[in-house]
Design a binder for this molecule. Sequence first.
Ligand code: AMP
Ligand code: ZN
Length: 497
Amino acid sequence: MIFSKLRRKTKKKQEPISLFTTNRKEKVLLEPLKPGVVTIYSCGPTVYDFPHIGNYRPYVISDILVRTLTNAGYGVTHAINITDVGHLVGDGDEGEDKMELGAQKRGKTVPQIALEVEECFKRELKELNIITDKTLFPKATEHIKEQIAFIETLEQKGYTYKISDGIYFDTARFPEYGRLGNRDIEQQQEGARVEVNPEKHSGADFALWKFSPEGETRQQEWDSPWGKGFPGWHIECSAMATKHLGKTIDIHTGGVDHIATHHNNEIAQSEVVTGKQFVRNWLHVEHISIEGNKISKSVGNTVYLRNLIERDISPLSFRYWLLSGHYRTRMNFTWEAVKGAHTALFKIHKYFTEHLLKVQSDTEDATYTKAIRDALRDDLDTPKAIALIWEIIKDDKLTPGKKKATLLVADSLLGLDMQGRDSLFNQKNNVKISVNSLPSDIQDIIQKRDTARKNHEWEVSDTLRDELTKKGYTVIDTKEGTTVEISSQNPQHEEGR
Ligand code: AMP
Ligand code: ZN
């Protein structure tokens, strides 16, 4: 009797969610393999260089996905991998390893650059208010054994062949190869542009294990049944996803650039090894361009999150801008657009701080919260959810207590940090003060932090920033140099006014 009551209490019904999947090419109702629990794998960054603003779009979207699923009553296991070996320049199997190249360029070792970029990535995920407490971050170099085991199984099943520079996957043995996103068409176009290794049996075949070039010392190489070398890029995702999430994953996310090659390769390897469907739902996020151009180091138009902060634009404002477009739509980043987003978000924070922060929260308005949750459960319609936030703010019929409760539900889904530590309005209420007029011990810490930042020692710089925050100072890194804001709790606040 007691048990059945308990079971009834804990057995929560999940609400339906529909997503547009690349494999089905339509919106489908999410049916997790294990009812009530959703596994998500997101292709992570290659940590050879600091991520640009475009790289963050897929992770802001996977964050919205996780928040929406959790709100709808599902348990979620989410993994974002860290690629720290094997991603060659271009999607092909020629060219140098991005990691070795990135390290050379900076005069550092591969582990040094990998760690710096990984730390920057994780810090910036937090700055974008992406929830990461429960996220798994498996690293390719920590899963070499699993990748070798994967390749051995492929070999035993007869899906590999050896040529002078490595072990390759034989796509001709997997008739369904290329089914994701009409790879065939893509392949024909690709064939016209890219020079194919003449030893490969087919242009689509891809490296599973690359041999270390003879007479060359690589920073990253491991012993394997095929000799010294390193894994090809694609195999890491198959091996790590299977290890951490199981043979079949509910949702796999990534940018649209990964569909043609990387994700088709992941499918082929995984399905041959496990004999099971690898991914039930493929979700791909469109790219952003900058001022109408593809983001590219050679064009020199790359923008980093730091560059936004330098112009006094908060990462949260960039998040707001991203959410104002639907994830399947290409977006064009312009400084005007992101400044517009910053102004809009500032108004939301200002309204919340001035009118609702001190109000006692009531029950939420059921119609609005349903509308927001419905919008997100309908293929993550963030533009609609943002429009609803404005409707709530403008609705005079709602009492302040109801308004507050309703906006907080919306915020838990969209992550705009309306009442949190990073409220834009609270920041504006602080007092700016020049570094020279600060106590000498504070100036010392700021100087140490500036040096750490110059040397890209982000961890040191973060620790020093935390130290300053504890003492009541907020450091703002601007184009003109470091300035400091003093919070209202700091005794020097009144002096600064
Ligand atoms: P990478 O470090 O190159 O593997 O990229 C990390 C993530 O960023 C991948 O999911 C890519 O698909 C994605 N990505 C790369 N460029 C852009 C862009 N311009 N807009 C949106 N996403 C991008
Ligand atoms: Zn991947």
